[in-house]
Design a protein around this ligand. Structure first.
Ligand SMILES: C[S@@+](CC[C@H](N)C(=O)[O-])C[C@H]1O[C@@H](n2cnc3c(N)ncnc32)[C@H](O)[C@@H]1O
Length: 263
């Protein structure tokens, strides 16, 4: 299957000017959320086997390379940001291969062959890519028949950036999650940057759950497992601590999805 890929002569990611900030936040092994929640969930869904070839799309500064190498699998990371790939090579160059490239146009990369990977991962990157179908079609193109795709993202039902948040119900003494918008796909400004005289803001793309499941199906990727991951990292203090803890335990932060290539 040839990906009808998304092609621009000079594609850019709003993460390029944020590369130093992101690397400072992530460090060698990732943020606390990466180490304690996101990476363990990806590894469980992926179940990487020795000798397998794993492709990480939107790999950033390469945090997934070490655990994939530890599983005995061969790691390839691709990111549109040159600076992040430079940092990834410095930090994790011995653990895998890192390429600058557009995840939506993998067949433009001479190093990447069709149907050559056992598994493809998007770790907290699919919500930075638009359009969704181009990214998933390219991932399906890179997968061997019966290969698997793992996506880890912030939960699209509960954590819509700028359109959801916590509230307090004083009568019932409970912390609730408010969702202001959900079904409409949104492009959300996230983090402002100023670099070399250029000002801008990074963008994230919200889509409802149906957009992900339906796009996977249209690419011949059949879903067999999801996991909804709560945030349990906080130290709870103060009189609302019980309610806050319960809300964190009940309302998931991340969503993990696994799907298999059927053709
Ligand atoms: C939130 S970061 C996550 C990076 C890494 N997976 C992690 O968990 O640390 C999102 C990444 O997606 C990359 N990205 C966005 N659009 C892309 C595209 N079309 N092709 C490749 N990478 C892309 C960005 O450059 C950025 O590094």
């Amino acid at each position: 299957m040839k990906p009808k890929s998304h092609r621009k002569s000079n594609p850019k990611t709003s993460w390029e000017p944020l590369s130093q900030w992101y690397d400072g936040w992530m460090g060698q092994d990732g943020s606390r959320h990466h180490r304690q929640l996101a990476i363990p969930a990806v590894l469980e869904l992926l179940d990487a086997q020795s000798g397998e070839r794993i492709l990480d799309l939107g790999c950033g500064q390469g945090v997934l390379a070490a655990p994939i190498q530890q599983a005995g699998a061969a790691y390839t990371g691709i990111d549109l940001s040159r600076s992040l790939i430079r940092i990834a090579r410095k930090r994790h160059g011995k653990r895998g291969r890192f390429l600058v490239g557009d995840a939506r146009a993998l067949d433009d990369l001479p190093q990447i062959e069709a149907q050559s990977f056992d598994a493809v991962v998007f770790l907290l990157s699919i919500q930075d890519m638009q359009p969704l179908d181009a990214a998933l079609r390219a991932a399906a193109w890179a997968l061997r028949p019966s290969g698997r795709l793992v996506i880890l993202m912030t939960h699209p039902c509960f954590r819509i950036p700028r359109q959801s948040g916590w509230g307090w119900d004083g009568n019932r003494k409970l912390q609730f999650r408010r969702v202001d918008r959900y079904l409409t796909p949104l492009q959300v400004p996230l983090k402002a940057y100023a670099q070399d005289g250029t000002k801008g803001v990074s963008r994230s793309f919200h889509r409802p759950l149906q957009a992900y499941i339906n796009a996977l199906g249209e690419c011949g990727l059949l879903l067999d497992r999801i996991c909804e991951i709560p945030s349990d990292l906080k130290q709870y203090r103060g009189e609302r601590r019980k309610a806050k803890k319960r809300a964190d335990e009940e309302i998931p932060l991340f969503l993990g999805i696994r799907a298999w290539k059927t053709s």
